[in-house]
Write a protein that binds this ligand. Structure first.
Ligand code: FAD
Ligand code: DLZ
Ligand code: SF4
Length: 525
């Protein structure tokens, strides 16, 4: 029997040599197909740096495959006959190569999976969509873990129990069936504020080569109106550089990851965070290798347990958990709005022009780097959106646009479930709502702010302070029965007469202020 010719279609977040769709690829007859298409870059108007990162990583990956002797058909965005979307590009490739079969690994987002199922129907060729084995928990395993004994979907899921299951399953940081150090979770040790004397490790920078510079020119030309700075560009974009960067992180920053995980510092966007998410999510690094490198550092005495446990928890716990939640709850999850939040996203999210220093810093860093660390995303930007009651659809779109690591499967549960409580508590046991004192404790932002974090009321008071109580009051009915909110809802109930009016007056004045100008324009329009 003649050997079949397979067209292997690879997406931009599938840049992994061990990918299922590359299994058994034949150098002498198969074709690997990759495509830059404008529909993906503009499905939302992704950050310029994110597009440059992904296109450059795709082009380098294609070169690496060619270097291994594979035939790669790579469609560039500016190729003359580029049809502009995956479906058209794939149909052309099938026409060009006349394969016996097309294979691809399942897309990470529902939107693209549904499209792929249509291509399978429409193209007159055998078409396989394979499991993505890069995730540690399969869809079936997650559903089985999440389903109750009576076969129903529960009202809420808690990451911590899923994480313990994943620890048992992977064996990471386990000794004789028990968690290393006698505890599953060392999060309580990971909330220290940063001492002034701290020395932050200096990141290696990866100079753009010719491939990256070509891509940067293309992005500057085609996506000029998109949010974000293209330069300077220093992301790793090859497997080799990604590995070197992981080495650097494990050797230089991982040891401080635990203690300072929740801290924020003006002018220090990364502190001890790994900046690995964009590399893991596009496939240049495998989540397992990151965990294994982390565990080795612990076993070798190079990093403490609270740091390594925290790092591994983020990857085999949170990362896998949010992916499971996404596939379990889609498509309804996209429109979840349990707190009926309807205010539009203020314009300063795009311009960065706000006198609230914490938000100004986090948004400026996002614009420059296509990155902000978890606490900036959750407790500054997300917290503000929660307290101000901003429409979850608009918040989702912003988060999907601005971060180099953002794909719907990971962005959406983090925004809808974790930051906005818009799923009514499916993911989080209580809203991550905080007043200015939390931001003041965990950062040095407040000392350079025009607002006074110590003041609770009036024009100079930190807006997070009165918006916090305004949020509790606006959502009293939804939050009243949340047992983890009992104490704080009790305080709300016991507020002195007139204090709640003062909070409402301050909040309304803030919503009406110049600060929120774009919001007013949008609301009026
Ligand atoms: P580190 O702090 O060094 O953590 C190590 C790794 O753990 C990360 O690289 C990442 O792979 C994983 N991780 C940590 N926290 C999470 C989490 N909550 N969910 C999934 N993986 C996690 N992460 C994304 O990858 N893409 C997103 O679009 C995204 N959107 C977010 C939106 C909001 C509102 C919030 C609160 C969080 C979001 N996160 C997202 C999760 C987290 O903030 C980022 O993964 C993290 O900041 C990436 O930086 P890092 O690589 O330095 O992470
Ligand atoms: C994010 C993105 C962008 C901007 N452009 C492309 C592209 O041109 N070609 C491609 O294969 N992938 C791109 N991606 C990543 C895809 O959006 C991502 O692979 C899917 O959304 C996964 O479902
Ligand atoms: Fe942010 Fe309030 Fe601190 Fe200003 S005072 S930086 S608005 S928390």
């Amino acid at each position: 029997m003649a050997k079949e010719k397979v067209l292997r279609f690879l997406l931009g977040d599938q840049l992994s040599r061990g990918l299922s769709s590359l299994d058994g690829a034949a150098r002498d007859r198969d074709v690997i197909f990759m495509a830059e298409v404008s529909a993906e870059a503009t499905s939302v108007k992704h950050h310029k740096k994110k597009i440059a990162f992904l296109f450059s990583a795709m082009r380098h990956f294609a070169e690496d495959l060619r270097g291994e002797g594979f035939t790669v058909d790579y469609l560039r965005l500016d190729d003359e006959d580029n049809p502009g979307d995956f479906g058209g590009a794939l149909a052309q490739a099938v026409d060009r190569h006349k394969p016996d079969r097309v294979v691809m690994t399942e897309p990470s987002e529902l939107r693209v999976l549904e499209a792929a199922e249509n291509w399978r129907e429409e193209l007159a060729v055998e078409f396989d969509i394979l499991t993505d084995h890069r995730f540690l928990a399969s869809h079936e395993e997650f559903v089985s873990w999440a389903t109750t004994d009576s076969g129903e979907q529960p009202k809420s899921l808690r990451m911590e129990y899923f994480y313990r299951e994943m620890r048992r399953r992977t064996g990471y940081l386990m000794t004789d069936g028990e968690p290393e150090g006698g505890q599953w979770n060392f999060d309580a040790d990971n909330r220290k504020s940063l001492p002034d004397s701290i020395t932050v490790p200096v990141r290696p920078k990866f100079e753009p080569d010719q491939i990256t510079r070509d891509v940067m020119d293309l992005v500057a030309d085609r996506f000029e109106t998109h949010f974000g700075d293209l330069e300077p560009f220093d992301y790793p974009v090859t497997r080799k550089d990604a590995e070197a960067y992981l080495d650097w992180f494990v050797g230089e920053a991982l040891a401080g990851f635990g203690d300072w995980q929740d801290a924020m510092k003006q002018g220090e966007p990364l502190l001890f965070h790994s900046h690995l998410s964009s590399l893991i999510n596009c496939g240049l690094l495998d989540p397992r290798e990151c965990c294994e490198r982390g565990e080795k550092a612990y076993r070798d005495g190079a990093a403490p347990l609270n740091a390594v446990e925290g790092f591994i928890r983020q990857i085999i716990g949170w990362r896998e958990f949010v992916r499971g939640v996404y596939w379990l709850k889609m498509p309804d999850y996209a429109s979840a709005n349990a707190l009926d939040a309807r205010r539009p996203l203020p314009e300063f999210f795009w311009s960065g022009e706000t006198v609230m220093n914490c938000l100004g810093q986090a948004i400026a860093e996002t614009k420059a780097n296509a990155y902000a660390h978890h606490i900036q995303r959750l407790m500054v930007i997300g917290n503000f959106c929660l307290l101000a009651g901003i429409d979850p659809r608009q918040v989702q779109e912003w988060f999907l646009v601005v971060y180099a690591d953002a794909y719907e499967w990971v962005e959406m549960p983090n925004v809808v479930g974790m930051a906005l409580f818009a799923d009514g508590g499916f993911v989080a046991s209580k809203p991550y709502a905080a007043s200015g004192s939390y931001i003041n404790k965990m950062s040095d932002y407040c000392s350079s702010c025009r607002y006074d974090v110590k003041q609770k009321a009036g024009e100079n008071a930190c807006p997070f302070n009165y918006l916090y109580w305004n949020f509790l009051s606006e959502n009293e009915e939804s939050l009243r029965n949340n047992h983890r909110m009992g104490l704080i809802m009790g305080s709300l109930g016991k507020m002195k007469p007139g204090r709640l009016d003062e909070i409402r007056t301050d909040s309304l004045r803030f919503f009406d202020s110049d600060e929120m100008q774009g919001w007013q324009d949008q609301a009026a329009g």
